[in-house]
Ligand binder design. Structure first.
Ligand code: FAD
Ligand code: GLY
Length: 382
C-alpha cells in the first residue's frame, strides 16, 4: 500500500498536468499517475493554437471560458519558465482566418460582427491587405479575419513545463503507472488501484481523455466520450515563410517557435487507429500549398497523429461528479485542450479548495448516471 495524498490525478496530459501545477502552487499534495509518459498522447500531438476566436465563433459558454483562459498565457509563460526552466514557445503574432471563397467572406463578416459585440479585436482584411500582412499567401485568398489575440505555444513543452513545475513544488509525477480501477466505498471514491499497488486519497481527478470512460466503467458509470483522430505534418524552411498562423476550416499552418511550420490537421471521428495515412497527408498538403505556394520548397520533417477527446455536445466535462463524493472529472476538451488548460487547472483547484470557481462551469457539468444493478450500492446520491 502506498502513502495517502490529498489528490490523485489520473492522466499526464496537458489537463492533468495543469491541474497538478495549480494545486501544487496552492500547497496541496498531489500525485499524477500516467500510464505512459507525460504528453505522450493528444497533448504531445497538438498544434498549440490558442484559437479562442477562430474556433469558438458560435458557442457562448465555451467562448467565454476560452478567452479567459487565453488571456492567462503571457503571465503563465513567464511563471512556468521561472519555476520549471522550460520555455513554452509562446508566439504572440495572432492568426489570419483565411476566406477561400465568396461564402467565407459573408460568413466571416457575420462572425466578426458577433465577436466585436463580445468585445474582441477582429479586423477584416481584403485579399490585398492580407497579402501585405503575409507576403507568402497565394492567389486563392478572398480576404481574411485578422485575430490578433489568437496566439500559439509549443503544446508538448507546455505540458512538460506544467509537470516539471508541479514536481518542483512537491507533486509526485509517476510515469508508466496505469490506473486500472477506482476504489469506491459507498457514495465516495477513496483511491485507485495500479499495477504497483493501491493509492488512497481525499480526491480523485480523472483527466485521462477518452480513456476516462473505460476507467469510470470500473465503478459502473458510462461517460460518453469518443476519439477524433488528427494527423499533422512538420516542415522546415531556411527563412521563415510566415509569422502568423494561417487558418482555414480544412487546414492550418502554424509557424512554431522552433522554426518548424506545423501543418494540421485531419478530423476523423470514432477511431483509435493512429496510423498516419497518405490520404490524410495529401489532403493537408493540397490545401497548404494553395494557401502558401512556396511551401513546396520546404524540407520534409515528420508526421504524427493524436486523438482528440470529444463529448457528444462538444463541451468538456469539468467539475465534481454529481453523485459520488471525492470524484472530479476534467476531460473532453476536444480541439482546444491546450488553450483551455490554464483555466481548467485553476477551476479544479478552486473546487478542491471549496472556493467559488473563478469561471462559470454550468455548461460543463458532469452528467448524472444510472447505476447498473451490479454496481448499485447504498450511499450514492441519485
Ligand atoms: P491527453 O493529452 O490525451 O492525456 C491523457 C493522458 O491520460 C494520456 O497521457 C494517457 O496516457 C493517460 N491515461 C489514459 N488512461 C490512463 C489510465 N488508466 N491510467 C493512467 N493514465 C492514463 N488544442 C488546442 O488548444 N490547440 C490546438 O492547436 C490543438 N491542436 C490539436 C491538433 C491535433 C492533431 C490534436 C490531436 C489535438 C489538438 N488539440 C489542440 C487538442 C488537444 O491536444 C487536446 O484537447 C488536449 O491535449 C487534451 O488533453 P488531455 O490531457 O485531456 O488528454
Ligand atoms: N485545434 C486544432 C485541432 O484540433 O486540430
Amino acid at each position: 500500500m502506498q502513502q495517502t495524498v490529498d489528490v490523485i490525478i489520473v492522466g499526464g496530459g496537458v489537463i492533468g498536468c495543469s491541474i497538478a501545477y495549480h494545486l501544487s502552487a496552492r500547497g496541496i499534495r498531489v500525485r499524477v499517475l500516467e500510464r505512459n509518459r507525460i504528453a505522450s498522447e493528444a497533448s504531445g500531438a497538438a498544434a498549440g493554437m490558442l484559437a479562442a476566436q477562430a474556433e469558438f465563433i458560435e458557442s457562448a459558454p465555451l467562448f467565454e471560458f476560452a478567452r479567459h483562459s487565453r488571456a492567462m498565457f503571457p503571465a503563465l509563460a513567464a511563471d512556468l519558465k521561472e519555476r520549471s526552466g522550460i520555455e513554452i514557445g509562446l508566439v504572440q503574432q495572432g492568426l489570419l482566418r483565411i476566406a477561400t471563397c465568396e461564402q467565407d467572406v459573408i460568413r466571416y463578416h457575420a462572425q466578426a460582427a458577433i465577436q466585436q459585440q463580445w468585445g474582441e479585436a477582429t479586423q477584416w482584411l481584403s485579399a490585398v491587405e492580407a497579402k501585405e500582412m503575409e507576403k507568402a499567401l497565394g492567389s486563392d485568398v478572398y480576404g481574411a479575419l485578422y485575430l490578433e489575440q489568437d496566439h500559439q505555444v509549443m503544446a508538448p513543452s507546455l505540458t512538460q513545463s506544467y509537470a516539471k513545475a508541479a514536481s518542483d513544488l512537491g507533486a509526485d509525477i509517476c510515469e508508466h503507472t496505469e490506473v486500472y480501477e477506482l476504489i469506491r466505498e459507498g457514495g465516495k471514491v477513496v483511491g485507485v488501484r495500479t499495477q504497483d499497488g493501491t493509492h488512497y486519497c481525499h480526491h480523485v481527478i480523472i483527466a485521462s481523455s477518452i480513456w476516462s470512460q473505460f476507467l469510470l466503467r470500473s465503478i459502473g458509470y458510462d461517460l460518453p466520450l469518443y476519439p477524433v483522430k488528427g494527423e499533422c505534418i512538420a516542415v522546415k524552411t531556411n527563412t521563415p515563410l510566415i509569422r502568423k498562423t494561417i487558418y482555414t476550416d480544412d487546414c492550418y499552418i502554424v509557424p512554431k517557435a522552433n522554426g518548424e511550420l506545423l501543418i494540421g490537421a485531419t478530423v476523423t471521428p470514432h477511431t483509435y487507429n493512429r496510423q498516419v495515412t497518405v490520404g490524410g497527408i495529401l489532403a493537408l498538403m493540397d490545401v497548404a500549398e494553395r494557401l502558401i505556394p512556396s511551401i513546396r520548397g520546404a524540407e520534409w520533417s515528420r508526421t504524427w497523429s493524436g486523438l482528440r477527446p470529444k463529448t457528444p455536445h462538444g463541451m468538456p466535462y469539468i467539475g465534481r461528479h454529481p453523485q459520488l463524493d471525492g470524484l472530479m472529472i476534467a476531460a473532453g476538451h476536444y480541439r482546444n485542450g491546450i488553450l483551455l488548460s490554464p483555466l481548467t487547472g485553476i477551476v479544479i483547484a478552486d473546487l478542491i479548495e471549496e472556493k467559488e470557481p473563478v469561471a462559470d462551469l454550468s455548461a460543463f457539468q458532469i452528467p448524472s448516471m444510472r447505476w447498473t444493478k451490479e454496481h448499485q450500492m447504498t450511499g450514492v446520491r441519485s
